[in-house]
Design a protein around this ligand. Structure first.
Ligand SMILES: Nc1c(NC[C@H](O)[C@H](O)[C@H](O)CO)[nH]c(=O)[nH]c1=O
Ligand SMILES: CC(=O)[C@@H](O)COP(=O)(O)O
Length: 140
């Protein structure tokens, strides 16, 4: 059984609750365990995963969050840099799924956060587990 760390950027409570529901269900349906930590925003997710990875307590990681475009260039920074950070950690050998939504508005985020619709939280969890399976395959 794998132990998965979910790192959620809790910027929009109601959207995160939906993403968490999907991610946790996917992990449990696959027969694995999980725990969740919370950070302020998407920019903190990669750093939190890097810190947690040093603890050697987790087999895989799922980053969750919602980045909704505002008035300034900050959307590009938050969306792009959180994704880049997770990609860098993935290329460094961590089994990671990226469930950080980057949308133009809340309606787009709701559709993607709901388990009954696009279930991006569950999708990210399944991606992390798929990468863990690959990691295990190449380790033997
Ligand atoms: N605007 C959003 C943010 N911004 C906050 C940053 O992620 C970060 O916490 C801050 O810059 C301090 O380092 N975060 C989100 O997750 N979603 C947003 O829409
Ligand atoms: C994605 C963001 O950083 C955004 O929520 C911030 O809004 P604004 O660009 O209007 O400051």
């Amino acid at each position: 059984m794998a132990h998965v760390l979910i790192v959620e950027a809790r910027f929009y409570d109601h959207l995160n609750d939906l993403l968490l529901e999907g991610a946790r269900a996917a992990i449990e349906d696959a027969g694995h365990s999980h725990e969740t930590i919370t950070v302020p925003g998407a920019l903190e997710v990669p750093g939190a995963i890097a810190l947690a990875a040093d603890a050697n307590r987790y087999d895989a990681f799922v980053g969750l969050g919602v980045v909704i475009r505002g008035e300034t260039y900050h959307f590009e920074i938050v969306a792009g840099e959180s994704a880049r950070g997770l990609m860098a950690l993935s290329m460094d050998g961590l089994a990671i799924g990226n469930g950080i939504l980057t949308t133009e508005n809340e309606a787009q985020a709701l559709t993607r956060a709901r388990k009954s619709e696009k279930d991006k939280g569950g999708e990210a969890a399944k991606a992390a587990l798929a990468m863990l399976a690959l990691k295990d395959k190449f380790a033997h």
